[in-house]
Design a protein around this ligand. Sequence first.
Ligand code: ADP
Length: 164
Amino acid sequence: MKTAIYPGSFDPITLGHLNIIRRASGIFERVVVCIMKNAGKHSPMFTREERVEMARLVTQRYPNVEVTTFDGLIAEYARTFPEGAVIVKGLRANTDFENEFQMALINKKINPDLDTMFLTATQKYTFLSSSVVKELASYGADLSPFVPCEIIDDVMQRAAGNNP
Ligand code: ADP
C-alpha cells in the first residue's frame, strides 16, 4: 500500500497524534509525519525544528514512520512521491469534520490524484488537542495522560517560560 502523509502543526505532539501515527503505521507501508508552519496559528510554543525533534523522539519505535517538514501546500508535497501518497487525518468531532472535509476537497481540486483518508480519534483522546495541552501545562497540571512521557519536561519548562 501507499505512503501516508500525516500533516499538522504538532505543537506539541500529543498522545492523540501518536495514536493516529501508530494506527496509520499498521495500515500503510510508510508514514511521513509532515510538520507544517502553523498557518493561522500564531506564536507556536515550539520552533519547527524542536517539534521535528520531539516527533522523531517519540516515533522512533515505529520503523516505517519518518518526520519531515514542508513549507508549501500539502497537495504539492504529495506530488513529490512518485509512487503516490494519500493524506491521513484524525477526526475528533464535528468541527474537525467541517474543516477537514473542506480541506480534503481543496486538496483534491489542486491535485486530483490525491485522496484524504480519515481515522476516527480513539474515544479517550477525542477531547485532546495541542491547545488543551498548552493550557493544562500553563496551570502546572499532570501531562502524563496527554503527551508522550519523553517530552513532558520540555512542555512544562516551555510553559513556565523557560527557553533553551
Ligand atoms: P491540533 O489540532 O491538536 O493543534 P494538529 O493541527 O497538529 O493538531 O493536527 C494534526 C492532525 O491530527 C489533524 O488531522 C487533527 O485532526 C489530528 N488530531 C489532533 N489531535 C488528535 C486526537 N486527539 N485524536 C485524533 N486526531 C487528532
